[in-house]
Design a protein around this ligand. Structure first.
Ligand code: WTA
Length: 674
């Protein structure tokens, strides 16, 4: 047996030393002003009443809000037609609309000079503002440019661009002509991009010459060229300038900026049916290749519109600062569609939280007078290690709501966010949701003024959401203290419609395990006060810096190496990132070479094929198969996770292992690693 000596120390788990009594919601959700529609709902006098109404009369609730909050080209005839067993969801049937009109035209008509986008560029102190009128012009020009280049309704368009007004216009330009966008995070490598292009049959790719993040240049166009060379479907690549650097040209290239500048500033919006596809977005699953999660038009628009307004207490005139990248669902729902559908001013953050120093977010909050700030716990954790003066030297009095998403927020981060950033005056909103839910499903807001916020838990379901906790016996457990699978038992308008090209996988992943329920893949607990606390993934999906990464994908890359026979990757706690990957690698028999070199090669491969965040820093090597497997061959990752963090005493039941003796070998190997 050969073992690699790891140089890295075992990661210390953050021990919560904070005891907090929580806080009261500062600004309450005001029923009559914020939601005048309640006049139509009998007996509703409080948030609680309204939530109850929304789940007991879902069609009346959603139908009323759908009529008042969306501009329709043709009104809908029926509110919903859903079947959890078939994974079939139709909302606002018969209705016709255009999402870009709802996000731009209707505000450009009323408040043309209001700022729609504030682009906080990577370069510190460089911002650009775009008004609603200017955004309308740009969206129309992009839409015309796409049409002129042969893009039609229903075509899939890949957007591989940094967060920027042009990228937002690209998304909305697609929506305007009925093309389906697939935004691919600009940190992904060519192979990941190629895989997403191929899966969706993408003919058109929109990109920039390069992009910059934290002062570092990323060669986007070069990555696109590599990806396009590997795919068979791409017919054109539209390239916009970000840095202006000379980049290689191919016969498929079109100068995006030039084509847009020439295009007309009016583009007739396509008439879309409520259930036509709006976009697809790939997310990592527990097995196999990434899943192209599909969202449709009206339901997604309504749900993001309402959650942006009520979860964040967005009020007319507020500056909304969600720092997510548009490559993730948070960027789709709370940088673009939610805020713009409400006519908000939304911030596009292109940089990193520690660039040029750990005060970047707060400097931006002061300069832009941000009222709602939305980020991931990993960002908070990375900042709270620095001196508080990086926060306190800025005037943060504009802030009202501080929110987080992507993983459970720990008490230390919550408390720091609440006291140091918010000065104890802001509502801290831990929001739980997923690419598949389209919008926030569980969060402390909306709620009545004065209701309490319990630190570090997501707490309350949004209107129309009915969480259910399913036990091992497959039955719903409604008792206080219940712990189990986080499911939702009634469809809501922005539930994902399918996995692109694979409805069977959609059913298998979300609906077959607990028939009649949507299964999120997360665990949840109902605390003694009746609030929901998310406990993390139940499957083999890691959350690295708030980014979802399936273990299987990393294993696929490792397994391809000629010296590797098998591997298992698990997520282990990391102080800043939340989780990081740890790889167990079984080499082929007879491999006697340099294990340090093999480790470097594998890390390089993962970086090249997926992305830097997916690279396991720690790797455990063995030359015989000692992965703990059940008799049916399933790897028991629970055991691998414990061993990776030296919790040898807490391995739980190992009696179902095909060969229980492997556990001792794993422990010995782990001890030798250090
Ligand atoms: C995790 C991001 C606990 C969860 C919007 C979920 C969270 C996955 C929270 C979705 C939270 C997100 N508390 N866990 N507040 N928010 N998660 O699709 O495991 O990128 O299933 O969507 O992130 O990640 P996704």
């Amino acid at each position: 047996m050969i073992w690699c000596r790891s140089i890295l120390p075992v990661v210390r788990q953050i021990k919560s030393r904070w005891i907090s009594t929580g806080s009261r919601l500062t600004s309450g959700f005001s029923l009559s002003t914020d939601i005048p529609e309640i006049e139509n709902f009998k007996g509703v006098n409080s948030y609680k009443d309204l939530h109850k109404f929304s789940i007991t009369n879902p069609d009346e609730f959603w139908g009323t809000l759908g009529r008042s909050r969306i501009d329709w080209m043709k009104p809908f005839d029926k509110v919903s037609e859903c079947d959890m067993h078939k994974g079939s969801f139709k909302w606002f049937l018969g209705g016709q609309l255009n999402v870009s009109v709802n996000c731009v035209d209707r505000h450009a008509a009323k408040t043309p000079d209001k700022v729609a986008l504030i682009w906080e560029k990577d370069e510190p102190n460089e911002t650009e503002k775009v008004t609603y009128k200017e955004l309308l012009d740009l969206v129309c020009q992009v839409a015309n440019c796409l049409r002129d280049n042969g893009v039609k309704k229903g075509d899939r368009v890949a957007i591989y661009m940094p967060v920027s007004p042009m990228a937002v216009a690209a998304m909305l330009g697609c929506a305007r002509i009925g093309a389906i966008h697939s935004v691919v995070y600009a940190g992904f490598k060519p192979d990941s991009l190629a895989e997403r292009i191929e899966d969706a049959g993408v003919e058109t790719v929109l990109t920039t010459d390069q992009c910059v993040r934290g002062g570092e240049v990323i060669e986007l166009k070069k990555n696109v060229d590599e990806a396009v060379a590997k795919s068979s479907t791409v017919k054109r690549v539209l390239v916009s300038k970000r840095t202006g650097a000379e980049v290689g040209k191919t016969p498929l290239d079109i100068d995006f900026d030039e084509a847009v500048a020439k295009a007309s500033k009016w583009c007739e919006p396509e008439v879309m049916n409520s259930e036509d596809m709006l976009f697809m977005l790939y997310t990592s699953g527990s097995t196999g290749k990434p899943k192209g999660i599909v969202h449709s038009q009206a339901g997604y628009l309504l749900y993001t519109n309402l959650t942006q307004k009520f979860v964040f207490d967005y009020q007319e005139g507020d500056i909304f600062g969600c720092v997510a990248d548009i490559g993730w669902i948070t960027g789709h729902s709370y940088v673009v569609y939610g805020p713009l559908s409400n006519g908000a001013t939304t911030v596009l953050f292109e940089s990193k939280p520690r660039y040029p120093d750990p005060g970047r977010y707060w400097d931006m909050v002061e300069r832009l007078k941000i009222n709602q700030f939305y980020c991931a716990p990993t960002g908070i954790r990375s900042l709270l290690r620095s001196d508080n003066s990086f926060v306190q030297k800025y005037d943060l009095s504009s802030l009202r709501v501080l929110a987080s998403v992507g993983e459970p927020i720990d008490h230390e981060a919550w408390e720091w966010y609440h006291t140091v950033v918010g000065g104890g005056k802001c509502d801290v909103v831990d929001s739980w949701w997923q690419t598949e839910t389209g919008g926030i499903a569980i969060a402390p807001r909306p709620s009545g003024a004065g209701d309490k916020i319990v630190p570090a838990i997501a707490m309350r379901p949004f209107f129309g959401i009915q969480p259910a906790i399913l036990g091992r016996d497959g039955k719903e457990d409604t008792s206080l203290g219940a712990n189990g699978a986080c499911c939702i038992k009634y469809p809501w308008p922005s539930i994902a419609r399918t996995i692109y090209g694979d409805h069977e996988r959609f059913l298998e992943t979300y609906f077959n395990k607990y028939p009649g329920y949507y299964f999120s893949g997360d665990g949840v607990r109902l605390n003694q006060e009746g609030y929901y606390q998310l406990t993390g993934r139940m499957d083999d999906v890691m959350s690295i810096s708030g980014i979802r990464q399936g273990s299987a994908e990393v294993e696929d890359v490792i397994d391809e190496h000629p010296d590797v026979s098998e591997s298992a990757v698990v997520g282990i706690p990391h102080e800043i990132k939340g989780e990081e990957p740890f790889a167990y690698v079984i080499t082929k028999q007879g491999v006697t070479g340099d294990i340090e070199q093999l480790k470097t090669d594998l890390q390089h491969k993962v970086r090249e094929r997926i992305a830097g965040f997916a690279v396991p820093r720690q790797m455990f090597f063995a030359d015989e198969d000692i992965l703990p497997k059940t008799r049916s061959g399933k790897i028991m990752r629970r055991i691998l996770r414990k061993i990776a963090v030296d919790e040898f005493e807490e391995l739980g039941d190992t009696s179902t292992l095909a060969e229980p003796a492997v556990v001792e070998k794993l422990i010995q190997g782990r001890i030798l690693m250090k």
